[in-house]
Design a protein around this ligand. Structure first.
Ligand code: FES
Length: 181
């Protein structure tokens, strides 16, 4: 069966397109929506997005392969993006990544045997002030030290599956750069 957006997704695409000056500008949010809809961005899905937005396939392919939050291969129900860039590295990001690998039984880049999690070593997540940082779906986990990993994973399991693309939604208690009081 040909790949197609659900009626609900189609409605959201129309809403997105109304908010942007042209379909090129709408490409990123529509790719997020497509990823939520299909789980990852296969060639077929990229073709669908290009057709729907009347954009060159090369443009859509270029966008989807430039940003790491877009997945070109199947991923687990939830994607963990653990930052090991400079600020996070200096504050123990690799220790947290290794704890995640150990706890999940999978190396960075892999998916757990039960298909629950894909673990990705990520570049800066724009949460340097609260390093080390991790994103699961749309949720940030800040100051994520190894001793907090198991609690964070338990919380991740409660998050919606295939909810990709971080936004400024609240973390367990805070958004990036927002200090606890
Ligand atoms: S370096 Fe990790 S969030 Fe910026």
């Amino acid at each position: 069966m040909a790949t197609a957006f659900s009626p609900q997704a189609e409605q959201k695409i129309q809403d997105i397109c109304r908010r942007y000056p042209n379909t090129q500008a709408a490409c990123l949010p529509v790719l997020h929506l497509a990823q939520d809809e299909f789980g990852y961005l296969s060639d077929e899905v990229l073709d669908l997005v290009a057709d729907r937005l009347s954009l060159p396939k090369s443009h859509v392919f270029g966008v989807a392969t430039f940003y790491t939050m877009y997945h070109r291969q199947p991923v687990g129900k939830r994607v963990l993006m653990m930052c090991t860039n400079v600020s996070c590295m200096l504050r123990g990001g690799y220790d947290t990544l290794h704890k995640l690998e150990q706890t999940l039984g999978v190396k960075a880049g892999g998916t757990t045997a039960d298909g629950e999690f894909t673990l990705i070593e990520e570049e800066c997540l724009a949460a340097c002030a609260d390093a080390p940082a991790m994103i699961c779906g749309r949720k940030y986990f800040l100051n994520l030290t190894p001793d907090k990993v198991e609690e964070a994973l338990a919380e991740c399991r409660k998050l919606p599956a295939h909810s990709h693309g971080a936004t400024a939604s609240a973390s367990a208690t805070q958004t990036p750069g927002q200090k606890k009081h």
